[in-house]
Design a protein around this ligand. Structure first.
Ligand code: ZN
Length: 206
């Protein structure tokens, strides 16, 4: 142990600090990405969700929007808040059909899947002003898909330096309420769908 230099206060716990959550820890050079949900897939492996009944993306639309964190229901796909967000406002675009691969989407489904991804970005820009996004689909367990059996597109809003907030988000107990609030905010900001017939009729009227 070094003697105090007198340059400033020295605390007994300097070499084993306590973080904001009351947990003891020794600081190091690494930032951490908390992904506790991954444990389910490590434990269950790729057979975790082999039945449709077990698939959270098949079950979600059967529940109320508030319970399932759905922000918008389209014709062939819906948009849901990720229960395990990398960032606040982390959305998932999911087809209703239990299909694993991007190439399984029909032309119609592909069009709406893309449209909902764009709308998700516009809505998140409106409500949360992110400065960047990560979009992506992990295909297959090898490709990193947590739920490989049911296709889903991640829409992750990004802000400068947001990596610093990961531990805070992952550890705070307010996350359930935050998800509920975020869901409401995004759902409220989601534009009303204009049915194609109505759109055409409007053009005729004009
Ligand atoms: Zn499914």
């Amino acid at each position: 142990m070094q003697e105090s230099t007198g340059a400033g206060p020295e605390y007994p716990g300097d070499h084993a600090v306590t973080d904001d959550f009351g947990l003891a820890g020794v600081p190091d050079a690494f930032q951490r990405l908390w992904t506790p949900h991954r444990m389910a897939y490590i434990k269950g492996g790729q057979h975790q969700f082999k039945n449709v009944d077990d698939c959270p993306f098949c079950v979600a639309p059967e529940r109320e929007d508030e319970d399932s964190l759905i922000v918008y229901r389209g014709r062939t796909s819906y948009v849901v808040l990720n229960l395990f967000p990398y960032n606040p406002g982390h959305l998932l675009i999911c087809p209703y059909r239990h299909i694993p691969d991007y190439t399984d989407l029909t032309v119609e489904e592909t069009a709406e899947f893309a449209e909902l991804t764009q709308t998700a970005m516009r809505v998140l820009r409106k409500v949360a002003n992110p400065t960047g996004f990560n979009l992506g689909m992990n295909q297959g367990v090898t490709g990193g898909a947590g739920i490989a059996g049911h296709l889903h597109q991640h829409v992750v809003p990004r802000w400068g330096g947001d990596g610093n907030f990961f531990p805070i988000i992952a550890q705070t107990k307010a996350i359930t309420q935050t998800l509920g609030e975020v869901r409401q905010q995004v759902a409220d900001a989601w534009p009303e769908e204009v049915p194609a017939e109505q759109e055409a009729a409007g053009e005729q009227d004009a």
